[in-house]
Design a protein around this ligand. Structure first.
Ligand SMILES: CC(C)(COP(=O)(O)OP(=O)(O)OC[C@H]1O[C@@H](n2cnc3c(N)ncnc32)[C@H](O)[C@@H]1OP(=O)(O)O)[C@@H](O)C(=O)NCCC(=O)NCCS
Length: 230
C-alpha cells in the first residue's frame, strides 16, 4: 500500500525574531535566502513552515534523516527530493500552509475564499466550467469558483508543468464526484477536497486511496522533531 500523508499548519504571525532566525537555520540554503528576500514576513513564514513541515513528515513517516533531505527544482520550478523515492507538494494561502507527501506524485492547492472578480473565470476556466459556475445560485458561486480553481491548480501542480498547459484543454465537472477531462493527456488522476472553514483545499494523485484526513501540526512539534528542543 502506498504511504501518503497530508499535514496542515497555521502560521504564527507573532513569531519573535530570535525564534524565526533559529528556524531559518533548519531549512535549505536556497529557501533561507528566499525567505530573507521576501518583502513581507508572512510570505517568508509560509515558505519556512512549508519546508519545516516537509522535513517533519519525511523524518516522522519515512525515517529519512534530516541531513539526507536535499531539495532540488525541475525545469518548471517544481521542487523534488534528490535521490529519494518520495514525492511532495506544498501550498500556502492566508493563515495556512499544507504539505502532502506520498510515494507517488501529488499536487495540492489551498486558497482562502475571498471576493474575486469573476472575469478571472473567463480567463482561466474553459467554457463548460464557466457555464457551470454561472449556473450556480449567486450565493454558491464564490465557493464553486474556488473549488474549480484549487482543483485545476492541484492538477497542474501534480503535472508540474506550471503555466505551460493550455487551460481550455482541461475541464472539471463537480457533482457528487469530481471528474476531469484533459484533451491533451491520457492520465486520469483522482481528486479530493477537504473542508476547512473559509478555505478550499484540493488534492490530486493517481492514488484513489489517498489519506482521508489532514493532521494539524504546531510549530513546536515541527521544531522539536527537526531540530531538537533547544
Ligand atoms: C507555481 C504555482 C504552481 C504556485 O501556485 P500558487 O497557488 O501561487 O502557490 P501555492 O502556495 O499553491 O504553491 C506554492 C508551492 O508550490 C511549489 N511549486 C512551485 N512551483 C511548482 C510547480 N511548477 N509545480 C508544482 N509545485 C510547485 C513550491 O513548493 C511552492 O512553495 P514555496 O514557494 O514556498 O517553495 C502557480 O503559480 C502556477 O504556475 N500555476 C499555473 C496555473 C495557473 O495559471 N493557474 C491559474 C488558475 S487555475
Amino acid at each position: 500500500m502506498c504511504k501518503n500523508f497530508i499535514y496542515l499548519a497555521k502560521i504564527d504571525l507573532q513569531l519573535g525574531q530570535d525564534a524565526y532566525d533559529g528556524l531559518l537555520q533548519i531549512i535549505s540554503e536556497e529557501n533561507r535566502q528566499r525567505c530573507k528576500r521576501f518583502m513581507f514576513r508572512e510570505d517568508a513564514l509560509r515558505t519556512l513552515y512549508g519546508e519545516l513541515m516537509l522535513r517533519y513528515m519525511l523524518m516522522q513517516h519515512f525515517s529519512i534523516r534530516h541531513e539526507d533531505i536535499q531539495l532540488l527544482k525541475d525545469e518548471s520550478g517544481k521542487p523534488y527530493l534528490k535521490g529519494l523515492p518520495v514525492h511532495f507538494n506544498i501550498s500556502h494561502s492566508g493563515d495556512y500552509v499544507v504539505c502532502a507527501v506520498s510515494e507517488q506524485p501529488v499536487g495540492i492547492d489551498i486558497e482562502r475564499i475571498k471576493e474575486v472578480d469573476f472575469k478571472l473565470a473567463e480567463r482561466y476556466f474553459c467554457k463548460s466550467e464557466y457555464r457551470d459556475l454561472f449556473a450556480r445560485e449567486e450565493i454558491r458561486r464564490l465557493d464553486y469558483f474556488f473549488s474549480l480553481w484549487t482543483l485545476k491548480e492541484s492538477y497542474l501542480k501534480w503535472l508540474g508543468t506550471g503555466m505551460s498547459v493550455p487551460l481550455d484543454s482541461i475541464a472539471f465537472k463537480i457533482g457528487s464526484e469530481i471528474s476531469m477531462i484533459d484533451t491533451c493527456r491520457s492520465a486520469r488522476p483522482f481528486f479530493k477536497q477537504f473542508p476547512i472553514d473559509g478555505y478550499k483545499l484540493s488534492l490530486c494523485s493517481m492514488n484513489a486511496g489517498f489519506a482521508d484526513d489532514i493532521k494539524e501540526i504546531s510549530l513546536e512539534e515541527m521544531k522539536f522533531f527537526t531540530q531538537g528542543d533547544n
